[in-house]
Design a protein around this ligand. Sequence first.
Ligand code: XUL
Ligand code: CO
Length: 436
Amino acid sequence: MPEYFPKIKKIKFEGPDSKSPLAFKHYKAKQKVLGKTMEDHFRFAVSYWHTFKGQGMDPFGLPTMERIYNNSSDEMQVAEQTLDASFEFFTKLGVNFWCFHDADVCPEASTLSETNARLDKLAKQAKRLQDDTGVKLLWGTCNLFSNPRFMSGAATNPSPQVFAFAAAKVKKALEVTKYLGGEGYTFWGGREGYETLLNTNMGRELDHLAAFLHMAVDYKKEIKFKGQFYIEPKPKEPTKHQYDFDAASCYAFLQKYDLVDHLKLNIEANHATLAGHSLQHELEFCCANGILGSVDANRGDELLGWDTDQFPTNIYETTMAMYVILNNGGFTTGGLNFDAKVRRQSTDPADLFHAHIGAMDAFARGLKNAAKMIKEKRLSKIVKKRYAGWDSAFGQKIEKGKVGFKELEIYTLKHGEPKVNSGQQELLENIINDYI
Ligand code: XUL
Ligand code: CO
C-alpha cells in the first residue's frame, strides 16, 4: 500500500519541554489520570468528513487543498485511496476511533441499489483496515442533507417519498455501522427545520421526525445493533431554525415522543455557542438529566456567528468540559470526536496533524487540570456549602415533599428574613485560574 503521509512518522509523546510540532506535549495515551488511562478517558475520534473530504471550499471559493489520495478521475478509486490514507492517519496520530457519514466514504451512484453496493464494497475495505490497525468506529451516521432531494428536510420533508428515501438510507447506514462494530450511531438533523414558517406545518414535521426515530429504534432492535443512538443538537445552519435546537429542546422532544430511553445526546461545542450557550452549560444540562452520550469537540470563533468548526485549543474550555464529564463518571459508549476542520489556508497535509495534536494536548491539559480540581475539592466544597441548607432537617422536609405553602408560610412568619450569602463568583473564578 502506498504511503499517503510519507513525511510524517508516528506521533510520540515528548513532554511539555519539546519544541517539536509533531509531538505530544501533554497527551500520553497510557498515562493514568484518576485511575484510568488518558486514551480511555477521551476515546478520541477523527471525523472523516472534515479531515478527509474537506478541501477548503467555502461559499466564496474553490478547494484549496490538494491531497494525493484525490488524484484520480475514478471516484471509487478516490474513495478507496482515501480510506487507506485515513487509517494511515489514525495510526500515525494514535487515535483509537473514527466517525463517518455514509456519503463521506461512498460516492453516491445514480440509484440507491448501486450506491448501497458501493457502500458494501467500501465497508469491507474499512472492516479490513479496522482489523489490521485496531482502530474502531465510535459512531456512524447518514448524510441526509447534501443531496438536493433533502433540501426541504429528510424525516421532516413535506413529501412522504423523501421520508421513505431517507428511511432507506438510514436503514443501510445502520447495517453498515453494525457491520463495522460501531459503538454508536448519530442523528444530526441536518435540514430538519425550516427556512420560513410561512410554508411549514411544524406540528406535523415534529410528529414525522419522531416517527422516523421510532422506526430507527425498531430496526436497531430487529438487526440486533447494540450501539448507542445519539441525537446532536444544533440551533441553525444550514436551516434558519433546526428542531434539535439545543440540549433542552432535544430533551423535551425525546420526552414528548417517548424516545428518551433510546437516544442520548451528542453535544458539539460550536453548536452550543451558536445556541447562545456555553459547552459547559450543554454538558451540565445533559448530566443533570442523565442524557450525556458523546461530544463533538471543536470551537467557534467568538467574533463569527456561524459554525466555524475549529479545533479546540482553549484550555479553560477543555478544563471545564472535562470537569463536568469526569464528575458525571466519564464516557461509556461515547468519546471526543473532533468535528473540526483546518482553516482554508492550512493547505499542507501536516496541518491535519498539527490540528489534531494541538486538540489532543488541549484536552490532556484540561483532563489533568480537572482531575486536580476534583482531588482538591476547592470548587466542589464551596458549591456543597452553598446548598448546605437543603441538607438540614428543614431543607430535607421541602425536598421530600413533606411540607407545602401553608407550612412554609408559618415557618417564614416565625423566622423572618432569611440570611443572604455571597455567591463568591470572583473567588471561584480565581480558583479555576489557579489550575489553568
Ligand atoms: C454539522 C455536524 C455534523 C454532525 C454529523 O454541524 O456537526 O457533522 O456531527 O452529521
Ligand atoms: Co457534529
